[in-house]
Design a protein around this ligand. Structure first.
Ligand code: PLP
Length: 360
């Protein structure tokens, strides 16, 4: 056996992750450019200081206070028993695959989509099936329903808004796929849910109608808390109970719970920044279109734009000017996260230069 004795299918695979480069304008991993305010940071620090004195004890395994606060934040009649949380929504979704996927079972999504989904499937030894999207990146609903009926997945992963395209799902599509999935779980991944344009609904509205619906959220984006690693979901209590079987004991540290609770106390202030970012997003989309580029409609805090004959050259040209974006999505497209107004101005100036150089 080759050393180390890695699983055969993991040999030669690069770990997932965008380059973490130290450049002035970082617009590559859909972070919130605004850190918590001094008041919020002070509240987090005080909560962590209090918790520090109790770190000889394991944390509340059921994170009851946090579940209650998250249920309050979500509204839509969601109760604490319907909430589950973990270290980022990445861990939440891996736990879903560990509980509901596995050998002989299928997980399904529609490409282009979030590149971690096939990794959750691989790591939980679940078969991975991927359908297609329309050219505007919306779901081809007939194809999606037929594929779900044919493959009978035990988990369907539906990001809304989708990463890297920014495309949100209409509620009737969620309903159709929840019905087509039968006893399979349908996860609507709303990591970017708070950035939806006015009039775009949340799948939380559908929770009372479908017992197999799971709505996943994160504090990494709207709550500017990517560094704390807190993701959560809302679903039927039976689903939350099932996840308990696969979670590691005390998986959510006391420091994480205290941090998340403090940030939730500052929700109105943090969500105020979301409104600014939504406006900046819309302005960025309009500006890119004004440059003659294709831009996918976005309900998220990023925009997918293109198409470029040599997207790597554009990406590199921006990086040379201190602006890091993401080379992802279908061939020819690039994704830019929405930063502050000043950061977006630097991005626009750099892109203008890079495109002018390419034309010459
Ligand atoms: C669609 C989608 N879902 C989930 C995540 C995971 O986020 P986190 O683990 O920080 O909650 C991301 C991160 O970028 C994402 O784009």
């Amino acid at each position: 056996m080759t050393w180390p004795p890695l699983r055969e299918e993991l040999r030669g695979i690069e770990p997932y992750g965008a380059p973490q480069l130290d450049v002035p304008v970082q617009l590559n991993v859909n972070e919130n450019p605004y850190g918590p305010s001094p008041a919020c940071a002070a509240d987090i620090a005080a909560a962590v200081a209090t918790t520090a004195a109790t770190l000889n004890r394991y944390p509340d395994r059921e994170f009851t206070e946090l579940r209650t606060a998250l249920a309050d934040y979500l509204g839509h009649g969601v109760t604490p028993e319907q909430v589950w949380a973990a270290n980022g929504s990445n861990e939440v979704m891996l736990q879903l695959l560990q509980a509901f996927g596995g050998p002989g079972r299928v997980a399904l999504s529609f490409a282009p989509t979030y590149s971690m989904y096939p990794e959750y499937a691989r790591d939980s030894v679940t078969e991975w099936v991927v359908g297609h999207r329309e050219t505007d990146f919306s779901l081809d609903l007939d194809h999606a329903r037929d594929l779900v009926k044919e493959k009978q997945p035990s988990v369907v992963l539906l990001p809304s808004p989708n990463n890297p395209t920014g495309t949100a799902l209409p509620l009737d599509a969620v309903t159709t796929l929840c019905e087509a999935a039968g006893d399979g779980i349908v996860v609507v991944d709303e990591a970017y849910g708070e950035f939806r344009r006015t009039g775009t609904p949340s799948a939380l509205e559908l929770l009372p109608r479908h017992r197999n619906l799971v709505v996943s959220r994160t504090m990494s984006k709207a709550f500017a808390l990517a560094g704390a690693r807190v993701g959560y979901l809302a679903a039927a209590p039976e689903i939350c109970d099932a996840i308990r079987v696969v979670r590691l004991p005390y998986h959510l540290s006391a420091v994480t719970q205290a941090t998340a609770l403090a940030a939730l106390r500052h929700a109105p202030e943090l969500l105020g920044k979301v409104d600014q970012l939504r406006a900046e997003r819309d302005a960025t989309v309009t500006w890119l279109r004004g440059r003659g580029l294709l831009v996918a409609d976005s309900d998220a805090n990023f925009a997918l734009f293109g198409t470029f004959r040599d997207r790597h050259a554009v990406w590199q040209g921006l990086l040379d000017r201190g602006v890091l974006i993401r080379e992802t999505g279908p061939d020819g497209w690039l994704r830019v996260s929405i930063g502050t107004a000043a950061e977006m101005q630097t991005f626009k100036e750099a892109l203008t230069q890079v495109m002018e150089e390419a034309e010459r």
